[in-house]
Design a binder for this molecule. Structure first.
Ligand code: PDD
Length: 289
């Protein structure tokens, strides 16, 4: 099967898919993106991802390049043409092509829209059964982490550090020792007192679509939930740690740096929420068929 990419309204062979050298996304990271999970060929949490895409564009002062319905159609067509059953679909919108100048172009230009989709392997059973390792690092990103921009270099550095340390993820903290989020995920703990905690949305973190869904699922499960910041110290003393994202779902973390989390096994809350999220995705697939 040959892969296909969506580029500005056309489906082109993946190998030939390209944008102009003066695309502002390429020169200035002047663009935004979304990553949606695909289950059984159906994009998950489509509304949440399109809501955030619209919000990111608004914050960037980039016009919606096409309607939500058109995004939805193109997403589904990209999934279909790439024979994606379980994997991800990636959407990117950049401000467009213009002679290089830091300030926004004065002339109205057309935003560039790109989409790709691919199948992804299921998480190894050991990650779910035993949990994964996370390391911690200072958060060196900018002051608008709520916008899902393609400017991800600090996130890339953090993920690379995780790879080099045999870890799945890097959990970031600010200059006061307060946890912000993962390099590509939101961070959660269950405190010693048994409360489920994740940070409130602000400019310091990306408001994860998975995070928003999990808050609803936690309420339905009757879990004690606190939306607040937590410190590195609380992270180290937590009964449970896990990270969430479109590609991680709910990933239990059983080691933070050199310290084992609680008894070193994934906790009951993470397991319950992972199962609830999987069931919620199954329901979305069933509703779409
Ligand atoms: N990352 N925080 C950051 C910095 C992220 O990059 C992501 C997602 C999240 C979780 O958001 P969501 O639940 O909507 O996936 C939080 C995606 C998966 C990525 O960049 O590949």
């Amino acid at each position: 099967m040959s892969r296909v990419a969506y580029v500005n309204g056309r489906y082109v062979p993946h190998r030939q898919a390209s944008v102009h050298v003066e695309d502002r996304g390429y020169q200035f990271a002047d663009g935004i993106y979304e990553v949606c999970t695909v289950r059984d060929g159906v994009p998950m949490e489509e509304k949440g991802h399109l809501d955030r895409l619209e919000r990111s564009l608004r914050e960037m002062r980039i016009d919606m390049p096409m309607s939500r319905a058109a995004f939805s159609l193109a997403m589904r067509e990209t999934i279909r043409r790439n024979l994606v059953t379980n994997g991800i679909v990636y959407l990117q919108v950049t401000r467009g092509v213009s002679p290089r100048d830091h300030a926004f172009p004065t002339k109205k230009i057309r935003p560039a829209v790109v989409m790709t989709a691919r199948n992804a392997k299921a998480h190894p059973a050991a990650w779910i059964e035993d949990g994964v390792k996370a390391i911690t690092m200072p958060d060196i990103r900018w002051g608008r982490c709520d916008i899902k921009t393609v400017g991800l270099l600090p996130n890339c550095f953090a993920k690379q550090a995780a790879r080099e340390n045999g870890a799945y993820e890097t959990i970031l903290y600010d200059d006061k020792g307060v946890v912000t989020e993962g390099s590509s995920s939101n961070a959660w703990i269950v405190t010693e007192a048994g409360a489920l905690v994740t940070r409130a949305p602000s400019n310091e973190i990306l408001n994860g679509v998975t995070r928003l869904e999990l808050i609803k699922l936690a309420a339905a499960e009757g879990l004690k939930f606190e939306e607040r910041s937590f410190t590195l110290d609380e992270l180290r003393r937590a009964r449970e740690v896990f990270v969430t994202s479109a590609s991680s779902f709910v990933m239990p973390v059983t080691q933070v740096d050199d310290k084992t989390v609680a008894n070193g096994k994934p906790g009951a809350v993470a397991s319950k929420l992972r199962a609830a999220l999987m069931a919620h995705m199954d329901a979305q697939v069933a509703a779409a068929k």
